[in-house]
Design a protein around this ligand. Sequence first.
Ligand code: NDP
Length: 392
Amino acid sequence: MTQMITVLGATGSIGKNTLDVVARHPDKYQLFALTANTQVDNMLQLCITHRPQYAVMADDKSAQQLAKKILAHGAGVEVLSGIDALCQVASAPQVDQVMAAIVGAAGLLPTLAAARAGKRVLLANKEALVMSGQLFMQAIKDNDATLLPIDSEHNAIFQSLPAHFKDDVNARQQVRNILLTASGGPFRGWDLCQLHDVTPAQAVKHPNWSMGQKISVDSASLMNKGLELIEACWLFEVQAKQIDILVHPESIIHSMVQYVDGSVLAQMGNPDMRTPIAYGLAWPQRIDSGVASLDFLSHSQLNFEAPDHSVFPALNLSRQAFEAGGTAAAILNAANEVAVAAFLREQISFTAITDLIDGALNHCQFAAADSIEVILAADASARRFVEEKITA
Ligand code: NDP
């Protein structure tokens, strides 16, 4: 039986890596829908190559342009537009698996729609879980959906934890802590003065991974690790204090689990997202991902260090937001998204990103995150606050 797949965020870095893996296994996977926002020509090429049944553009104008181009090309793909269509292709009865790879809060509603429809959700879009943790995990449980982490660190933790970790008290007692690894980004070892004047081009130049712009800036500020800390707490139902962050510049170990007997299980591999994507698609089986074997002889040294909290405050801000609970993490996430976009437009300095997040967490009121409306209202209030600060 082939599995029907919807790829949310198909034109992005994770989207394209997913299509690469899927195309290696035409006997196992078929594409139901691909989605994007505004990159029409990029989407046209994907439609011609991969022939999904549907192509959805979140942006209406882009959808109209794509529909014309698809007609002219005779590609035979139906084009839809808008957020409702994104949710429809994520929850359609024909779909088995949904790759959630839209960047940022824009991915929340379609990813939640997939969870509510009981799909197998391959979660790359960490922001969706950070914003709505409790609600999202409840939707997974209530609808018998399957949630598989695609973020390489969470995928590594998932592979290294004992089976049934979440539901089995004995299994939980066997684990001492989770070691969430971080590359440290392009500014590892820098001081605050040096960081103040960095440019977007420097910030998006990640030493090990090739990724979209927003996550690359998040990696440089360590906000990505902060979001991942929150993501891990929700995914594995652990407290923030059970997770230690360890800088590992080579990104060969993707994360580890330490057991009470002193054993440490690590998942290793080349830094290539096709490995966790293939794992998610095929779990509990394994399939070829196109990733080369790890050459240990060319990695004769693996290094580890502690993160520098005085230079990278994002980690502590994230820990505080998670511990505050309610809508605090949605506020943190929204403030970060607006600040990163402003940094990429060269409107604010790199160090202003975390200053603005701190400001939003102090200014915006937290509420219980028990409905999507409350979460979206918190997201909007943080965006307003940061936008006003930037234009003031
Ligand atoms: P990219 O920026 O490369 O791609 C983002 C995708 O989302 C594109 O398809 C884009 O469409 C689409 N998109 C953007 N805005 C909207 C919107 N408003 N509505 C609908 N779709 C939208 O991001 P990445 O692939 O790097 O990251 C995607 C997610 O995966 C993020 O949450 C990131 O944190 C996570 N992740 C990424 C990793 C990586 O290696 N890249 C690793 C681990 C996690 P368009 O092209 O038309 O703008």
